[in-house]
Every structure is written in structure tokens, then in C-alpha cells.
Design a protein around this ligand. Structure first.
Ligand code: GDP
Length: 465
């Protein structure tokens, strides 16, 4: 390595001292965003005193993180991630899960560290990393395709989907109402609102009763801070593709609201995401979808493909084409991996990798990095073995929420590739909700996890080098 000339040191020192990374965290509702951010913050805040919690985050393992504190930038308009409350939930007796993400939230962490290389050390000892974390509902990403669709196109696709499979019985009330209020009829704002309410109730039932994922528009179930709720009072209606809606008709009213929603809600969100974010982690509850059956799994795949389109790299990168994105690393993480024992966690990681294989290759060509992992942000179980029918099997052992005795849980075999038809003969095991481990109220000890350190090394390793 070439020796540095002393008069260049101040410039290098300046460069080293001003690193910042904006990390966005997303995933569909219940995928584990709140748990992930809580564990990330608590473990990084504890990394100075307890670096052994993060053995695969190089900066921690090498004891180069020398200070960590939360910060609160002035004039910030995005709501703060309630980290004190989420840590308090895990420190309570008994500990409990903090409430989930429903809106855009932000947390800021300032890390001081010793750079790894010769240049860093020569330049004066320590550097700073400002880590800004944005937490937002993954449902909002499902709106990206809407930007390229006309109202008739979107209506047709959504109605087709609603008439099939598990959705059909849940869509009945909404579809009956829409049939009684024809799209060509005179616009009736009250009827439009009722149709919207019924459509929204249908989406909610798809999510809670059938664990379906591809539920558009994303703001109908996760509205966030929308000041004018009437922006959302629309739904798909049967209209011919290519035909112009008659002025003053129900179709024209619905279409106008759909277009306003795209312009006022969807576009600004993607602008903010593209311009303001360097790194993205997408959390996916693969185990829940496996558990819910063939259609829920297929639906999660479709939703994931829609989300992937947002982070597609290379010349066809939508986010870059539309908004000039600068995101250069994306990690897809299958969450709650502590529901399955060690070998099955490898399977889970394999399955996650398989689901994002194509964009991963494309990203490599575009010099971006996309990877997959299996992760437990908050590890609630330990591994063990049992003998079932004379065979030794791996199990996980943990305390079910609200229970008094730990259970030994055999989760079945996680497929490494998207499962074939015959896999779905029997329902995949139903997973218990385990009580989280109790942590120390003041940062210091960190939160038990699986692979959080590897995840952080992928997302932040270069910024802490
Ligand atoms: P969000 O909607 O994406 O913010 O999801 P949460 O972080 O609130 O997680 C939803 C639920 O999943 C939690 O209440 C827990 O029951 C469960 N969960 C999340 N992360 C983990 C984990 O690492 N291990 C286990 N066992 N359960 C988890």
C-alpha cells in the first residue's frame, strides 16, 4: 500500500467522519419489522459492552465500535420509532411483544468506531456513522404497479383475482353491491364510499382469514397519515378497457379518485424511498405463508414479485427509471427462524434465496447486491432433539405466550424450493406464538437473535469498515 502524504490526512479525516447510511426496513404486516428494529437498535446500543452478541458483525467482533447512542435530528417530520417503549415491552415481567408497525417511522443511531484499515487508523483514530432507519409497511410497495396501470386495467385485474379461489366467497358482499350500482350509472358519492368500505372489508378478510398478501391498494389496509380520507374512497368497478368513462358516471368518479391516489399518495412515497434510501431490508414471514397453505403461499410469492419489481436492478430498474433511486443493497430475510431448528433454518434460507433468485442475478450484473437470509430478530427458543416413533428429530423448545410450561415443538420439514402440489396434502404445522425472552431494561446486554449480526454485516459492513 502506498504511504499517505501527511498533508492529505485532513481531507481523508473529513471523509471518514461523515458517513451516513439510510436503511429502509419493510415487510408485510406482521412480518417482524418492529421486532427487527428493536433488536437491531438494542444490540447496536449494547455492542460496546457486549460485542459477543454480534460475532458476525465484523466491526463489533473486532471491538471497533466504541460508542453508540440514539439521536433525534431537528425539524424531522416523520414520526419516531418508539424504541424506548418497544425495549420496555421486552424488559417487562413477563415480557411481551411490542405493537406492530402501521405507519412510516424513523429511528436514528449514531455510532463511533475505529476504522478497520490502515488509512482509517492513520487518519486519526475514530470515525462516525449516522444510521437512519426508516420503517414502513410493505403493503405500500404493492402500489408500484398501479403507476403503470389505467383504472380500467387495474379494475379488470383486481376483479378477476377477486372472483377466484379463496377470495371469491369473501368478495361476495362487495361484488353484489357493485353489481347493484352499475359503473355507467350516475356518480353517487355515498354509494362510492359504501363500495369502498365493502372492498376494504374484503381485503381485511383476505388478510386475517386466509393470510393472503397481494392486497391492493396498499393504503387501504395501512393508510398511514393520510390527511384527507376521501382520497381512498374508490374501488375497482367493471369498466371496458380502452373505453372512456362517461362524464358524471360512477366509473368516472372512481377513476378520478384512483388517479388522485396515484398522484398524491403513491408517487410521493416512491420519490421519498428512491431518493432517501441507500439500503433496504425486506422481511418475509415465509413460515406463516407455508403454514397457511398452497394459495396463501402462491399469493405471498405474487406479492413478493411485486415488491421485487420495486428493487429490480439494471436497466429495467423501475425505481431508478421512475425516480432515480440509489439503493445499492437489498436483503430479503425470512423472519422468525427460531420457530425451526438449525438444519431447517438452512432450508428456510435456501427457500428464501430461491424465491428471489432471478433478481439476485440481475443485481449482480448491475453491481448492486441482493441476498437472502433466514433471521430471528428476537430468539425465543432453543434447539433440542426428541425421539418420535423411534426416530431422532430436531425440535425447538420455548414458552408459548401466556403459558406456564415450555413446550417441545416439532415444526416439520421446511422445503428448500417452492413446494410441489403433493406437499400441501396435509397442512404445514401451525406455529405457536412464543413469549420473547426478558431483556435488561437499560441497554447493555443486547437481545438474543439468530443471524442479526450477519444481516447487519451485509447491510452496514462497508460503512463500518
Ligand atoms: P410488523 O407488523 O412487521 O411490525 O411485525 P412485528 O415485529 O410486530 O411482529 C409480529 C409478530 O411476529 C410479533 O408480535 C411476534 O409474535 C412475532 N415475531 C416477530 N419477530 C419474531 C422473532 O424473531 N421470533 C419469534 N418467535 N416471533 C417473532
Amino acid at each position: 500500500m502506498r504511504p499517505l502524504r501527511p498533508n492529505r490526512l485532513p481531507i481523508l479525516t473529513g471523509l471518514l467522519h461523515d458517513r451516513s447510511v439510510r436503511l429502509a426496513v419493510t415487510g408485510l404486516s406482521g412480518s417482524g419489522k418492529t421486532a427487527f428494529i428493536t433488536s437491531l437498535l438494542d444490540n447496536l446500543l449494547s455492542a460496546v459492552g457486549r460485542p459477543a452478541r454480534l460475532p458476525f458483525l465484523r466491526a463489533a467482533a473486532e471491538r471497533r465500535i466504541i460508542a453508540a447512542r440514539l439521536s433525534a435530528p431537528d425539524g424531522e417530520t416523520v414520526a419516531r420509532f418508539p424504541v424506548r417503549d418497544t425495549i420496555a415491552a421486552l424488559a417487562a415481567d413477563p415480557p411481551h411483544w411490542p405493537p406492530s408497525t402501521t405507519d412510516l417511522r424513523r429511528a436514528d443511531l449514531l455510532l463511533r468506531f475505529t476504522p478497520a484499515g490502515f488509512i482509517g487508523r492513520a487518519a486519526g483514530g475514530t470515525a462516525k456513522l449516522g444510521l437512519e432507519i426508516l420503517d414502513y409497511p410493505g403493503e405500500w410497495l404493492l402500489d408500484l404497479p398501479l403507476l403503470g396501470q389505467s383504472f380500467p386495467e387495474w379494475s379488470r385485474a383486481t376483479l378477476d383475482l377477486a372472483r377466484r379461489g379463496l377470495r371469491a366467497p369473501l368478495a361476495r358482499d362487495w361484488l353484489d353491491f357493485v353489481a347493484r350500482h352499475p359503473a355507467e350509472g350516475a356518480a353517487d358519492p355515498e354509494a362510492a364510499r359504501q363500495a369502498h368500505d365493502l372492498y376494504r372489508a374484503f381485503l381485511a378478510a383476505c388478510r386475517t382469514q386466509e393470510q393472503l398478501s397481494l392486497l391492493q391498494p396498499g393504503r387501504f389496509l395501512n393508510p398511514g397519515q393520510i390527511t384527507d380520507p376521501s382520497l381512498l374512497w374508490f374501488c375497482p368497478v367493471p369498466v371496458a378497457i380502452g373505453a372512456q368513462a362517461q362524464a358524471g358516471s360512477m366509473a368516472a368518479l372512481m377513476e378520478a379518485r384512483f388517479e388522485v391516489y396515484k398522484r398524491v399518495v403513491v408517487q410521493p412515497f416512491f420519490v421519498q424511498l428512491a431518493r432517501g434510501v441507500d439500503r433496504q431490508i425486506v422481511l418475509v414471514d415465509v413460515l406463516r405463508a407455508l403454514n397457511a397453505g398452497a394459495e396463501a403461499f402462491a399469493d405471498q410469492r405474487l406479492a413478493l414479485e411485486t415488491i421485487l419489481a420495486a428493487f429490480r436492478f439494471g436497466r429495467r430498474s423501475l425505481l431508478r427509471l421512475l425516480f432515480g433511486a440509489r439503493i445499492d443493497r437489498v436483503l430479503f430475510a425470512a423472519t422468525k427462524a427460531d420457530h425451526v431448528p438449525a438444519l431447517q433454518r438452512d432450508h428456510l434460507e435456501g427457500l428464501m434465496a430461491n424465491l428471489v433468485a432471478v433478481p439476485t442475478l440481475r443485481a449482480q450484473r448491475a453491481r448492486a447486491r441482493v441476498a437472502a437470509t433466514a433471521l430471528a430478530s428476537i430468539r425465543c427458543t432453543e434447539d433440542g432433539t426428541d425421539v418420535i416413533d423411534g426416530h431422532k428429530v430436531d425440535v425447538v423448545i420455548g414458552l408459548p405466550e401466556g403459558g406456564h410450561r415450555r413446550i417441545r415443538f416439532f415444526p416439520g420439514i421446511v422445503p428448500v424450493t417452492p413446494p410441489p402440489e403433493d406437499f400441501w396434502g396435509e397442512r404445514f404445522t401451525e406455529f405457536p406464538v412464543f413469549q420473547p425472552p426478558r431483556i435488561a431494561p437499560a441497554a447493555g446486554d443486547g437481545v438474543p437473535h439468530i443471524n442479526l449480526d450477519k444481516t447487519l454485516d451485509f447491510l452496514l459492513g462497508d460503512a463500518l469498515a
